[in-house]
Design a protein around this ligand. Structure first.
Ligand SMILES: [Zn+2]
Length: 83
């Protein structure tokens, strides 16, 4: 049965594309234990981020780096290095 919903979760029309994408992404995952962290902004800042992306993302990355650095200093027993 033909299906043209183009929903990425649909197994008939986009499911194989989603599977191919997932397979391709898995090749880029490093072969080591690591944590994947996601930092987000409140939705209230979306408009500001669109208007001033350089400033907003610079602040975000600065805050992220400060947070991770403080976390790393407290967890020196792990003897890891932030990358
Ligand atoms: Zn479909």
């Amino acid at each position: 049965v033909y299906c043209a919903c183009r929903d990425r979760h649909c197994p008939q029309c986009q499911g194989h594309v989603s599977d191919q994408w997932s397979e391709q992404q898995s090749k880029d995952v490093i072969n080591a234990p690591y944590f994947h962290l996601v930092f987000t902004l409140p939705h209230e800042l979306n408009g500001l981020a669109r208007q001033y992306p350089r400033e907003i993302y610079s602040c975000l990355f600065h805050a992220v780096w400060q947070t991770l650095s403080q976390f790393a200093q407290r967890k020196k027993q792990l003897q890891g290095t932030l990358g």
